[in-house]
Design a protein around this ligand. Structure first.
Ligand SMILES: *[C@@H]1O[C@H](CO)[C@@H](O)[C@H](O)[C@H]1NC(C)=O
Ligand SMILES: *[C@@H]1O[C@H](CO)[C@@H](O)[C@H](O)[C@H]1NC(C)=O
Ligand SMILES: *[C@@H]1O[C@H](CO)[C@@H](O)[C@H](O)[C@H]1NC(C)=O
Ligand SMILES: *[C@@H]1O[C@H](CO)[C@@H](O)[C@H](O)[C@H]1NC(C)=O
Ligand SMILES: *[C@@H]1O[C@H](CO)[C@@H](O)[C@H](O)[C@H]1NC(C)=O
Ligand SMILES: *[C@@H]1O[C@H](CO)[C@@H](O)[C@H](O)[C@H]1NC(C)=O
Ligand SMILES: *[C@@H]1O[C@H](CO)[C@@H](O)[C@H](O)[C@H]1NC(C)=O
Ligand SMILES: *[C@@H]1O[C@H](CO)[C@@H](O)[C@H](O)[C@H]1NC(C)=O
Ligand SMILES: *[C@@H]1O[C@H](CO)[C@@H](O)[C@H](O)[C@H]1NC(C)=O
Ligand SMILES: *[C@@H]1O[C@H](CO)[C@@H](O)[C@H](O)[C@H]1NC(C)=O
Ligand SMILES: *[C@@H]1O[C@H](CO)[C@@H](O)[C@H](O)[C@H]1NC(C)=O
Ligand SMILES: *[C@@H]1O[C@H](CO)[C@@H](O)[C@H](O)[C@H]1NC(C)=O
Length: 378
């Protein structure tokens, strides 16, 4: 008799929303409340549909582990709504208890206009961290997130990211990429400065390069890249980006492809980096060179191919002493109209002379130089 009463009470208190802790679609803040109060562990995927009530704060406080994904519907391309976040419409999606997602955290344009996404105690995502939001996201708190399958962020309106550091990229969906597309962050070092090894996967660092009148005007001006190994590194800045290769705890870096597509003004090698090797280095493009380098030293211990196209601000290019040991080296220079390649030497401000260009001594595969070149340089 007593047992029946207990069962009956449980039946009566459960809402129309099914609170089994399995696959769930959240249609409202009330749905989220029912789920979070009933389930410490969710044995399935939590889905956020585009129809979710647009002005509600959604809390998942109480949920600690999701044995599936936390995701939006996949809606393909993202609409850039060209709207600025306003303080009057803070809408947050948050959980202070969530520590682990065994699947993906995948939220794209098909979610409500959250301005604040806050999972400060989330530590591990076995799958992807894949967040794309073009409309509203201004504040992202993933303070303790240190291990992800892969990481991708696209959020042109994002001005604040609270995050300690990425310590491990374990691979998901066949990649270990760490990719930051457009954001309005002033630093992304928390993601890139550690000596992570992502194998042949790509890394990319991008500041805000598209300008929408109402969007915040913060710009990425300094970036430290510290990975020990990546298949490629692509960098895009807004004309004033200074890139340092080599993080604080790092001794080696090996990259297959390194590309500065636009907006970088300076390249610095951290002196702690004992060995820096790259395969192919590319600056600019056939249509438009768009970086802002003036005097560029290519600080590599090994490099097999260098292509510099249409870089108008570039006046001096330097190859270091280590270049004597480069093997199988090719160079393509095109359209760098202000680049002076008349000599292998330059005069320092104090009047002394230094060698600025060392030719590989072993072999050179190909040379294609179009510009202001004179014989002493060769
Ligand atoms: C939960 O959803 C996943 C895919 O999203 C599916 O593979 C799985 O079978 C579902 N589980 C249940 C119990 O319906
Ligand atoms: C959402 O929460 C914020 C505080 O974080 C509050 O200012 C705002 O009014 C809430 N919005 C709604 C619709 O409840
Ligand atoms: C939001 O509030 C902060 C601090 O009060 C202010 O600096 C900022 O300009 C406001 N943003 C918008 C879009 O109104
Ligand atoms: C974001 O939301 C979380 C949880 O609701 C709250 O603690 C935090 O203060 C919010 N931050 C901002 C900047 O609105
Ligand atoms: C990274 O994660 C992998 C797989 O979970 C684990 O084997 C490795 O020990 C972790 N590395 C660090 C530095 O935590
Ligand atoms: C990029 O820099 C230009 C000036 O060089 C500036 O006018 C523009 O606002 C910047 N864009 C962004 C998105 O910060
Ligand atoms: C950014 O880099 C430049 C050039 O290396 C340096 O002068 C400046 O102090 C750096 N700024 C910050 C905030 O680290
Ligand atoms: C490097 O660039 C070449 C040419 O674009 C490409 O074929 C190759 O796949 C890239 N390698 C990696 C590891 O990204
Ligand atoms: C190029 O860099 C200089 C500083 O070296 C800066 O003043 C200028 O605005 C930058 N140009 C562009 C187009 O961003
Ligand atoms: C530098 O790193 C490259 C690529 O990992 C390696 O082949 C080379 O032996 C290293 N050189 C030194 C001096 O350690
Ligand atoms: C070139 O390689 C030789 C043999 O490995 C080495 O002794 C020498 O120091 C290298 N030169 C430079 C400038 O790195
Ligand atoms: C030289 O580089 C080319 C590609 O640029 C590659 O196909 C070839 O195998 C390399 N040769 C040697 C000896 O490394």
């Amino acid at each position: 008799m007593r047992r029946c009463t207990v069962a009956l009470t449980l039946c009566l208190t459960s809402s129309a929303f099914a609170t089994q802790c399995g696959n769930t679609t959240i249609h409202s803040a009330a749905d989220a409340d029912a789920l979070r109060k009933a389930c410490r562990v969710v044995d399935g995927t939590i889905t956020i549909p585009p129809t979710l009530d647009h002005l509600e704060n959604i809390s998942l406080d109480g949920i600690e582990v999701i044995n599936g994904d936390l995701r939006s519907y996949k809606c393909g391309s993202i609409n850039i709504k060209r709207r600025s976040p306003t303080n009057s419409s803070v809408v947050s999606f948050s959980s202070s208890s969530l520590t682990t997602i065994h699947g993906d955290l995948a939220l794209d344009g098909c979610i409500p206009d959250f301005t604040n996404i806050s999972f400060p105690n989330l530590k591990t995502i076995d799958g992807a961290f894949d967040l794309a939001n073009a409309a509203s996201l201004a504040y992202l708190d993933v303070t303790n997130l240190d291990s992800v399958g892969y990481f991708r962020l696209f959020a042109p309106t994002l001005v604040t990211m609270v995050h300690n550091e990425l310590r491990n990229v374990t691979g998901a969906h066949g990649t270990k990429k760490v990719v930051v597309e457009q954001t309005s962050l002033t630093s992304v070092d928390n993601l890139f400065r550690n000596p992570l090894d992502i194998g042949d996967s790509p890394a990319s660092i991008e500041g805000k390069t598209i300008m929408f009148e109402n969007f915040p005007t913060q710009t990425l001006t300094n970036a430290t890249f510290g990975f020990a190994r990546a298949g490629s590194l692509s960098i895009e800045g807004n004309g004033t980006l200074y890139v340092t290769l080599g993080g604080p705890d790092q001794t080696t870096m090996a990259l297959t492809n390194l590309t500065f597509s636009r907006g970088t003004a300076g390249l610095i090698r951290n002196p702690q980096l004992a060995n820096l090797t790259v395969g192919t280095v590319t600056l600019g493009s056939y249509f438009e060179g768009a970086n802002n380098f003036t005097d560029l030293l290519l600080p590599f211990d090994s490099m097999s191919s260098l292509t510099i196209l249409n870089e108008q601000t570039l006046t001096q290019l330097e190859l270091p002493p280590q270049a004597v040991n480069y093997t199988n080296f090719s160079v393509t220079l095109y359209g760098c109209t202000n680049l002076n390649l008349s000599s292998q030497f330059a005069t320092n401000p104090d009047g002394t002379t230094r060698q600025t260009w060392y030719w590989p001594q072993k072999d050179i595969k190909s040379l294609s130089l179009i510009g202001n070149i004179s014989t002493p340089f060769l």
